[in-house]
Design a protein around this ligand. Structure first.
Ligand SMILES: NC(=O)c1ccc[n+]([C@@H]2O[C@H](COP(=O)([O-])OP(=O)(O)OC[C@H]3O[C@@H](n4cnc5c(N)ncnc54)[C@H](OP(=O)(O)O)[C@@H]3O)[C@@H](O)[C@H]2O)c1
Length: 359
């Protein structure tokens, strides 16, 4: 790892800036990059890091930015617009690729480049943040406790406030509706349908299915053919979703409405501040079951999702630069189910706390 050079693309964004901060704290000197000199230069001046400007619509500028670089961390989302061009540049230049997407089609695209990545001797690892390190690692842990599991459920709670980029990504995803994995295939479902209650380590929460990155990653990590991913919402929000999702989907399919919604985000959504990031906790539950009803489950508690993303991303980057895995991999495929336990503030439980089985 010593002497490795890596680059953060989208370093001026909310999450990119958190990753820059965490990298500096650990003694890294990443190159910072983005599409706007006006926004990137001040970050370079503040941190003393080298910078480079590259646009995802300009392959030559991306290739130029990757000269002499070992690994790219892409923080520029929605990733549906940025991931593929950066992956292609990485494949061309033989540079490891990572990002923090949660978008199912983006994971699908990343896995489609597996063979080329193997040939080039690089890793393509999407989802090295809150989505999907904790859920992917817990999915592997639980799946290994049920041989030939046929069904996997993954749920998380405690995401209270979203960043600008996360909100914009959700706005882009809503028109596509819900998604679950059935018999190995991704199948459309209605947002707001399939709500239930799940006991997390912090208590019981109402959850509803949403299209989460694990529909791709957990399938690759565990091979389980039926997967549903859930997010917690107050019960009344689920009712609103039930009634309003089809209309919201229609409205947000209109480009002008999307653009207006994104402008609103730029003006009013700033993401959790440092105090909220330091105090927040998130909760994860995973259950695997076989066709005879044999099941296993486990829980995780982790820090606030954005704090977790910054720390986990830099931890995963250090691990990639040390181990140099190859191909399109999930975090748990590359580093194992216990990888998440090495990230500050994470606890795994085999039983709910109070039943004295904390690890
Ligand atoms: N996996 C996870 O757990 C996790 C955690 C946090 C965030 N995220 C995801 O990370 C993404 C960023 O979130 P954020 O809140 O940090 O966003 P943000 O503050 O809005 O910043 C977005 C960054 O991406 C750049 N960008 C956006 N579209 C681009 C394009 N087409 N080409 C080049 N650069 C582009 C922006 O550049 P300009 O400033 O020049 O527009 C900016 O640097 C979102 O998709 C979010 O969902 C995931």
């Amino acid at each position: 790892m010593a002497g490795s050079k890596w680059l953060i693309y989208g370093a001026n964004g909310y999450t990119g800036a958190l990753v820059v901060e965490e990298a500096l704290k650990r003694g890294h000197r990443p190159v910072i990059a983005g599409r706007s000199e006006k926004k990137i230069k001040p970050v370079a001046e503040r941190t003393g890091l080298d910078f480079v400007i590259a646009d995802t619509n300009d392959a030559a500028s991306l290739k130029n930015a990757l000269t002499g670089v070992d690994l790219v961390f892409n923080a520029a989302g929605p990733f549906i617009h940025t991931s593929d061009p950066v992956i292609r540049a990485c494949l061309e230049c033989g540079v490891h690729y990572t990002d923090i997407t949660g978008e199912v089609p983006v994971f699908h695209n990343t896995f489609s480049h597996d063979k080329e990545a193997m040939q080039k001797g690089i890793v393509l690892m999407s989802g090295i943040g809150f989505d999907v390190i904790p859920t992917d690692c817990l999915a592997k842990y639980v799946a290994e406790r049920v041989s030939r599991a046929s069904e996997l459920e993954i749920a998380f709670a405690g995401l209270t406030e979203t960043s600008p980029g996360t909100t914009k990504t959700m706005i882009e995803m809503i028109p596509n509706g819900g998604l679950v994995r059935k018999n190995g295939e991704l199948v459309r479902s209605q947002l707001g349908k399939g709500a239930k209650k799940i006991e997390f380590t912090a208590g019981t929460y109402s959850v509803m299915p949403i299209p989460w990155g694990d529909l791709e990653t957990a399938y690759h990590t565990t091979g389980i053919p039926n997967i549903t991913t859930y997010i917690s919402y107050p019960g009344y929000i689920i009712s609103i979703f039930n009634a309003g999702a089809p209309l919201a989907q229609k409205l947000l399919s209109v480009k002008a409405v999307q653009q207006f919604a994104k402008k609103f985000v730029d003006m009013f959504i700033h993401g959790p501040d440092a105090e909220k990031r330091s105090k927040g906790r998130s909760y994860i539950w995973v259950q695997a079951r076989d066709i005879k009803g044999k099941e296993a489950h486990a829980w995780l508690e982790i820090p606030d999702t954005y704090r977790f993303t910054a720390v986990a991303s830099v931890t995963a980057i250090e691990k990639i630069l040390e181990l140099r895995p190859k191909g399109a991999l999930t975090p748990a495929m590359a580093f194992g189910a216990d990888f998440v336990l090495g990230i500050e503030g994470v606890k795994r439980y085999d039983k709910l706390p109070g039943r004295h089985d904390k690890q």
